[in-house]
Design a protein around this ligand. Structure first.
Ligand code: UD1
Length: 422
């Protein structure tokens, strides 16, 4: 297993291109199952999660080809499709459950393994099941698999989710595009990745309104066509790299960055004393003088502060002046990076869903272990600002969500290298 070695090397200065969004791509790819005609995605990120989704789609009978080193992905679902998403692939990645809605809509039948436990909480499927059942699906649990069927196709319905789940919104919207009649989803999630999905579905001929709001209305159509769609900027990768100069000092321009993707996060950076300015090509982030100030953070569904940036924000607040409280409201058990940061000299107390961070002047390098995707990058950020050497092990998590992380940070003057097979 690879490790990443980082050394505190002073301020970071430079330009970082931001890739297409992993989480958007992971819902756009299953959308291909809704049409016999090909779907092409441009600006796709080159990540192991995307390769996992490729394998899953191939196992369902989709032909997938990648161009430009994976940046352009073309998928074709014109042949016979297999309705079963096998445990061996689904257990690797929870987002595999996003084939459930499209398979059901296209074939009237889907058998999708339950994702199993996950490092950041139990992550059940009840909201997905309720949403698809509202469209007329009959869903049973058999041998660890969700077996979903429809009698005579899905039918439009009004449904209100008990919580604005991102994945359940995506499954409902995709399924409803081919349902008979009109569907309305209330308390829908509003994440930019859902807006991106709807824009792609519209290019495919779907009739949808209200994306980006809590009520999405879908008028079912009989078939969808092929399309080409550019994947939206990855706001989590963007926020992560915005934190690099915030933690280390210096000035970094993130190409493709947009404030509207991360407004709540930018407000917190501002309160911490970090400047964020819009440029022609993206966002410029700078910390020129002094320590950052402590700020309190509560994670919430979009447009709130994203849970996927909580670990990285904690890395910043470890060296802030004063005490910050981070409250995690989306996932239980998402503070596993805290004990690792404490190995580097951070002062953190975790009580249930709250973490209190008492800022220290300096972190010290240490061997640490990545426990999940965002935790691993938070440890790299902390290591870049620490005195001495930090070795982050188990970085396979990192490769799920960050392409060319060493290259992007090296270009800004960071001391970072990958150690193979340690
Ligand atoms: C997506 C993102 C993930 C992000 C999360 C929250 C993708 C591929 N992943 O995950 O990076 O952290 O949104 O912004 O887009 N829940 C239930 N029952 C359900 C579904 C969810 O209780 O049926 C709970 C989950 O356990 C979790 C919370 O709802 O505590 C949020 O989950 P959800 O919004 O569904 O996240 P994902 O779509 O899995």
């Amino acid at each position: 297993m690879d490790s990443i070695l980082v050394k505190g090397n002073g301020a970071l200065n430079g330009v970082i291109p931001i890739a297409g969004a992993k989480n958007a791509c992971l819902t756009l790819m299953p959308a291909t199952l809704l049409s016999e005609e090909p779907l092409t995605l441009t600006n796709a990120p080159r990540l192991s999660d995307i390769r996992t989704m490729t394998s899953l789609l191939e196992s369902l009978g989709v032909e997938v080809s990648a161009l430009q080193d994976g940046k352009v992905i073309t998928m074709s679902s014109h042949g016979t499709l297999n309705p079963t998403a096998d445990y061996d692939i689904v257990r690797k990645m929870r987002a595999s459950n996003l084939v459930l809605g499209p398979l059901l809509a296209r074939l009237g039948h889907a058998v999708v393994s339950l994702p199993g436990g996950c490092a950041i909480g139990a992550r059940p499927m009840d909201i997905h099941i309720d949403a698809l059942s509202a469209l007329g699906a009959e869903i049973d649990l058999r041998d660890g698999y969700l077996d979903a069927k429809t009698q005579g196709g899905l039918k439009g319905a009004v449904h209100e989710m008990r919580f604005a789940s991102v994945g359940a919104t995506e499954n409902f919207v995709m399924a409803a595009t081919l349902a008979k009649g009109t569907s309305v989803l209330k308390n829908a999630a509003r994440e930019p990745e859902i807006v991106d999905l709807v824009q792609c579905l519209r290019r495919m001929g779907a009739e949808i309104e209200g994306e980006g709001t809590s009520t999405i209305t879908i008028q079912g159509v009989t078939a969808l066509r092929g399309a080409t769609h550019p994947v939206v900027t990855d706001r989590i990768e963007l926020g992560t790299y915005m934190l690099a100069p915030a933690i280390c000092g210096g000035e970094v321009e993130c190409l493709g960055g947009r404030i509207d993707l991360l407004a709540a996060f930018c407000e917190k950076l501002d309160a911490a004393g970090i400047s964020v300015t819009e440029t022609e090509k993206g966002l410029k982030v700078a910390r020129k003088n002094g320590r950052v100030k402590a700020v309190d953070v509560v994670t919430e569904p979009f447009p709130g502060f994203p849970t996927d940036l909580q670990a990285q924000m904690m890395a910043l607040l470890c060296t802030a002046e004063g005490t910050s409280v981070l409250e995690e409201k989306i996932f239980e058990n998402r503070f596993m990076h805290a004990p690792e940061l404490m190995r580097m000299g951070a002062r953190i107390e975790v009580h249930g869903g709250h973490a209190t961070v008492h800022g220290v002047e300096k972190l010290r390098g240490a061997p640490v272990m990545a426990t999940d995707l965002r935790a691993s990058v938070s440890l790299i950020l902390a290591g870049l600002a620490a005195e001495g050497e930090t070795v982050v092990s188990r970085v396979y998590h990192l490769d799920r969500g960050y392409e060319r992380v060493e290259e992007k940070l090296l270009a800004c003057g960071a001391h970072i290298e990958r150690i193979s097979g340690v």
